[in-house]
Design a protein around this ligand. Sequence first.
Ligand code: DGY
Length: 434
Amino acid sequence: MSIDSNLQHEARNILMSNDRGGYTVPNPSVYPFQWNWDSLFVALGWLTFDEPRAWQEIEMLFTGQWDNGLVPSIVFHHYSPEYFPGPDVWQAKSKHNKDTTGITQIPIVVMGTELMYRLAKDTTLAQEKMATLFNELFLYQQWFYINRRYKDTGLCQIFHGWEAMDNSPMWDKALEKVTPTSALFERKDKQNIPEGQRPTQWDYERYISIVEKMKQVEYDSIEYQKVTEMAILDAALNGVLIAGNQALLRLVDQFGTPTQAQQLEQWQKETTRDMRLLWNETLGIYVDFDVIAETAIGERISGAFIPLLAGVTGENPEQYRTALQRWISQDMPSVDCESEVFEAMRYWRGPSWSIMNFMIYCGCLLVGWHQEAQEIKARSLQQILTGGFYENFNPLNREGGGGTDFSWTAATYLYWLDETDTSFNFEPYFNSTL
Ligand code: DGY
């Protein structure tokens, strides 16, 4: 793919115009705050043309970190009436007194910040930033293992769809068991996005009910676990946790302590060992586990391939690879296009997301599935060229869906543009340093 300088310009402009003074909103109208996992992808985009600004994105996110290590899903740096549920609903604060949510998101920022450290050209700046960030990243990883661990396994849980892939059909049955809220509320998301592309009212009544119950225990995950109606061991989350442990282990000699190294080794071993509990022999992919119903969930979603990021290839690598090839040929949907619950344009129930594709691409490089990696990258860039800088893409025709001028899509374009021209070459990193 050669550089289209107009598109490069447009992508940079999207980041610059979504910049709100050190953090980047995902999109100007639908998501007016700083989101946790968006920040990492966006920072990688900034890194291609403004390294200090890229580090600032991560630092701003960590101003939202809590005393106990949690990095919330959203940091509400400034008030905006354009989003529901805002800070008045959550009523939660970071250690720096920032308004935040009380839940988290898949902690890709841990592995991704190390990736930034390796790719940065200004190595002095990178070292200076990592000297502070290392401990914050470690505390975040530790928060999961202390607060979200499932029994005596090495696997961690999510309590809310907003901690990962929102309305993924993977969690439909689990969400059915959640008592809906009786409170009246006004959604803002449908103001700018067609209703058919968003989660349903049924979903929102349960999303808000979970927030109410978590708020009652002041977002204390250990207390909340005793009363929760929904808890999921998510394959993508656990794959990303392993990748985070590996990333911090590569940095610990330089920035951490021997005790931290021991701890990371232990988490690393435990989660890697227990990933087999999420392997589905029939489907030949990783799936999630419903903790309340104590059953594996047999849905096929793109999260099934995120554990590649941790270098794990399942109990049957050939079967897993074949499943991925089939997934690629469907243009990387979030839900298998042949599933009965597939909806081409509805949020996490069908559309393809460039950041999911990027994580799977990195995973493929890591395990040496180079052809698949190149195919994923080529298809994702084509989606952007065809559909524009949208939030996500219809896998059947590459039409853009969700929010426009989307920061993480623009960022993905920037770092994938042309690895030789941008000197943003991921391959040596995944081939030699892991
Ligand atoms: C939303 O509002 O749709 C977000 O995904 C929640 O974080």
